[in-house]
Design a protein around this ligand. Structure first.
Ligand SMILES: [Zn+2]
Length: 168
């Protein structure tokens, strides 16, 4: 049995354990979380979030790409969210590569250099600051006063906040 077959069996048990219910498409806590795809960060458990409470946007690194801005614009303008929580984490896979190195690797393997930015980083705190500023500077995202950033420690499971003094 492959992994997806196992997950289908898990889903059957999950669905059996819950009543049929319909929640509003608009997240109840009016919150969007942007974080990494890392397998050790269970966003709902780590933040005490339930079904229907927040949007969770994930990619490699939890970086603010055009597609994340697209999702935040929809989240805020069409689905009522107001706050943005950005979470990077310790021991991130994005710290194991460099933009130039991975770009060259892709080009060598495929003959084509990717059009997208790799967005690797060495310092998670510094990249959180960068991410906060990118959101705060995007006019596509109307509510930018409540954008906060954090780094999650994958060993201790604790968050620490990263602050940006002032945009400059
Ligand atoms: Zn990561």
């Amino acid at each position: 049995m492959d992994v997806i077959d196992e997950l289908l069996a898990n889903n059957q048990a999950f669905a059996d354990s819950l009543p049929t219910q319909h929640l509003d498409v608009r997240p109840r806590r009016k919150l969007a979380v942007v974080t990494c795809m890392d397998s050790r960060l269970d966003v709902f458990a780590a933040l005490g979030l339930g079904h229907g409470e927040a949007h969770v946007l994930r990619n490699a690194g939890g970086v603010i790409t055009d597609d994340v801005i697209r999702s935040l614009a929809i989240s805020q303008r069409k689905l009522g969210t107001r706050e943005v929580m950005l979470i990077h984490h310790t021991d991130c896979g994005m710290q194991t590569l460099t933009d130039d190195g991975f770009r060259a690797e892709l080009q060598e393997a495929t003959g084509v250099a990717p059009a997208f930015a790799i967005e690797s980083f060495a310092d998670a705190d510094a990249d959180v600051r960068q991410s906060i500023l990118r959101v705060r500077r995007s006019a596509f995202v109307p509510h930018r006063d409540l954008v906060r950033g954090f780094v999650y420690d994958v060993d201790s499971h604790r968050l620490h906040e990263v602050r940006v003094d002032e945009e400059g």
